[in-house]
Design a protein around this ligand. Structure first.
Ligand code: AMP
Ligand code: MG
Length: 426
């Protein structure tokens, strides 16, 4: 079910909005909109679980040997002096014994084999001495504890245990956990259908033509396509829209019929050639945000029917930062995950910044570096929000709170690794 999701979410234009207030506003008003569907395990990587998942059976299902060696009953064993046994049978993984071995005997056993009935302890083969003609006897040294080298049924997961809550994002190791409890498919939230729009008469697409004077290759659409895909959305590129009021409005109206979310870049300020805001206001609800952040001060949010529109700035660095800070958690939440506040890692500053204008939250591009004093984060030296080089060099963002007026070398600064946003690296 989905109604007006961001109804009355955005207050009228106000003075600069603080980052934390913007996050709180989004966090408190955005609710999941995606329906659920059944997904084969093979296709579930990165998907968001629509229901909690509990184990119907214990894992492992059967008590089994953790090593290659000899299984025996501890009651037949002497911890001080060890014991010698006749080897009466063989148990390999997938080929366990169905009947108990004769009392007082040991069983040759291999890793993963179910423990033979009545036996409870395994000695590693490296510690044992096989004796007798056809290795039919074995000498086991002292010192083993009862139950040594045995993996108990349910020691990984007890029957009935909840493995995942609804909203969990499935990682490769989670696929192992899901398969280990016997699931071949899981209920996941459907991927959001997301449209990506670039705006600006100066833009052309790489590969389409050589740059004419004043033209710029569209860098935002490929970047947003990647970010949206890594955020688990089904991204659709709607191309470059011209700086033309009627055209923008018609295309926006059409896109709102089809997509859950429309992500635009550029044309989001209040300039004469910024038509996105007017189109959004005419077709639905629109709210300008003037954020007290750098980079990326103007942003727009709105809704047309059931479609949510996020209007990002035009400069690529501002687009990237605003996507990570506001759009990424919004997409995750709309997709059914809990609101994800990225985790800040305290890092030592390898740079200094003596005088800083307070009152504004800044997100600097940061590189992880090794220094004589250990790991630290360095700041990309230049500031411009059009410098894609800083994004390319960076491992994450250095999050500088509003009130900080200086950073000294060696100070601790909060660092947001790009991996927090599911951005691959290394
Ligand atoms: P705007 O907000 O439309 O005034 O754009 C601000 C700046 O970002 C301008 O210099 C634009 O040329 C640039 N810009 C806007 N969209 C893109 C894009 N898709 N790729 C690269 N640069 C862009
Ligand atoms: Mg523009």
């Amino acid at each position: 079910m989905r109604g007006k999701i961001i109804d009355d979410c955005f207050r009228p234009a106000q003075a600069l909005m603080r980052h934390a207030d913007a996050i709180e506003l989004l966090r408190s008003r955005i609710a999941p909109i995606a329906p659920s569907e059944t997904v084969r395990l093979k296709a579930a990587l990165g998907r968001i679980l629509a229901r909690p998942v509990a184990a119907a059976h214990p894992v492992p299902a059967h008590t089994n040997s953790a090593v290659d060696g000899y299984a025996f009953a501890y009651r037949d064993y002497d911890r001080d002096s060890g014991a010698a046994f006749e080897v009466s049978a063989r148990a390999a993984a997938g080929h366990g014994l169905s009947v108990p071995p004769p009392p007082g005997t040991a069983v040759r056993i291999f890793t993963g084999a179910a423990m033979p009935p009545d036996l409870d302890t395994v000695a590693m083969q490296e510690d044992c001495t096989a004796t007798g003609g056809a290795a039919s006897r074995v000498r086991i040294p002292g010192g083993l504890k009862p139950g040594a080298n045995v993996r108990g049924a349910g020691e990984d997961v007890a029957a009935g245990a909840e493995l995942f809550a609804a909203g969990h994002v499935v990682r490769p190791q989670d696929l192992a956990a899901l398969a280990s409890i016997g699931l071949a498919e899981v209920d996941c939230f459907a991927r959001l259908r997301l449209a990506i729009v670039s705006t600006g008469d100066e833009l052309i697409r790489a590969g389409e033509a050589d740059l004419a004077s004043g033209q710029v290759y569209d860098a935002n659409a490929p970047m947003l396509g990647g970010l949206a895909a890594l955020a688990g959305c089904e991204a659709h590129d709607l191309g470059i829209w011209p700086d033309d009021a009627d055209e923008v409005r018609a295309r926006l109206a059409a896109a709102a019929e089809t997509f859950d979310v429309i992500l635009t870049s550029g044309g989001a300020s209040r300039g004469e050639e910024d038509h996105m805001g007017a189109a959004l206001a005419a077709l639905g609800s629109r709210h300008f945000w003037q954020l007290a952040i750098k980079p990326g001060r103007p942003m727009m949010f709105g809704q047309i029917g059931r479609s949510i529109v996020a209007g990002l700035p035009g400069n690529p660095v501002a687009v990237f930062v605003c996507f990570l800070m506001y759009v990424w958690p919004l997409l995750r939440r709309l997709s059914g995950a809990p609101w994800p506040e990225p985790r800040r890692i305290p890092m030592r500053a390898a740079f200094e910044l003596p005088g800083r204008k307070v009152g504004r939250r800044e997100f600097w591009r940061g590189m992880l570096v090794e220094t004589a004093d250990g790991p630290a984060v360095d700041k990309f030296a230049r500031d411009g929000s059009g410098l894609i080089t800083g994004l390319r060099m960076a491992d994450g963002l250095i999050d500088i709170p509003e009130e900080v007026d200086a950073v000294k070398r060696g100070d601790t600064v909060p660092f947001l690794p790009f991996t927090e946003f599911g951005i691959l690296g290394r």
